[in-house]
Write a protein that binds this ligand. Structure first.
Ligand SMILES: [Zn+2]
Length: 145
């Protein structure tokens, strides 16, 4: 996490902010194809959120770093991902808490908040490392998540 180089995202904005955070959480993937991952187990997720925009707010921020931590870390740290029924589902694959879906959900939660800000920043990338050898990068497409 510290001093790690993340995959870069090409975007047209003037400012780009990156927030790292670490989340300890459990999950299981409720599908027979998941093998051992169908059993409850834990990860230390390393997450990097990239927010970009052309305008800053009245405080000179794209978004306050602490706000991003509150939105994601405070919500999911030391929890079971599957328990967040407002975010994940055990019956619909597009809402299983796989690394891919976790990355997309984080992008959606962040963007929902960014949409309330007057300077209208955009979440352009979410990086989620689930283990030392596995990570996912999610990049929302313009106009849809
Ligand atoms: Zn897992």
């Amino acid at each position: 996490m510290i001093q790690q180089i993340y995959p870069q995202v090409i975007h047209p904005f003037r400012y780009e902010l990156n927030k790292d955070m670490q989340i300890a959480a459990a999950h299981f993937i409720p599908h027979e194809a998941a093998g051992q991952c169908a059993n409850m187990h834990g990860h230390t997720y390393f997450i990097n959120i990239t927010v970009a925009g052309d305008e800053l707010d009245d405080s000179g921020f794209l978004i306050n770093f602490q706000q991003l931590k509150k939105l994601i870390h405070n919500r999911f740290d030391h929890t079971v991902m599957n328990d967040h029924k407002d975010v994940f589902s055990d019956t619909a694959a597009e809402h299983f808490p796989t690394t891919e879906v976790v990355a997309r959900k984080i992008a959606e939660i962040v963007q929902e908040h960014l949409d309330t800000l007057p300077n209208k920043p955009t979440c352009v990338q979410v990086f989620v490392r689930e283990s030392p050898t596995s990570y996912v990068v999610y990049r929302p497409k313009a106009g849809k998540q």
